[in-house]
Design a protein around this ligand. Structure first.
Ligand SMILES: [Zn+2]
Length: 145
């Protein structure tokens, strides 16, 4: 198995961890969707806002297990790659089995709400805005390669 869900600590709750050694650029998983979230079918009480993902066309989907538990980091070791209407989680670097898989939520965020980051990385940006275009210019340039 490529991934497993485990406890990521008191503040973060569940996280997704590699189930084997991963190579740089390896596809870790495809994001499966549980359902589309719409005005007619908004999130239910037992569904979480942070388990949603946004497609470029504006549609919102509830991500299925196990990848819905992928935590954010300001220094992520993975990233989302979109092909048509599907996202894939790709290893940004080599990872040993048992490494927590993290992505930067802000890269695919669009709605502008704010949230306090708990990632604990050395370059943590602190207060986040759910908006790619609010990222610091140097961060956007680093992601652009
Ligand atoms: Zn952070």
């Amino acid at each position: 198995m490529k991934v497993r869900v485990a406890n990521s600590g008191f503040l973060k709750g569940c996280g997704v961890f590699t189930g084997k050694d991963m190579k740089k650029c390896e596809v870790i998983a495809k994001l499966d969707y549980e359902r589309e979230v719409t005005k007619e079918q908004p999130l239910a009480e037992n569904e979480k806002y942070e388990h949603q993902t946004y497609l470029p066309d504006g549609r919102i989907f509830l991500v299925a297990e196990p990848m819905r538990y992928t935590n954010h980091s300001c220094s992520p070791n993975s990233y989302l790659y979109s092909v048509e209407e599907q996202y894939f989680v790709i290893a940004k670097e080599e990872m040993a089995e048992g490494t927590e898989i993290t992505i930067d939520y802000e890269l695919t965020a669009v709605d502008g709400d704010t949230w306090e980051c708990l990632c604990g990385s050395d370059n943590c940006r602190g207060l986040h805005k759910w908006d790619f275009f609010s990222l610091p210019v140097l961060v956007i340039m680093a992601y652009a390669g």
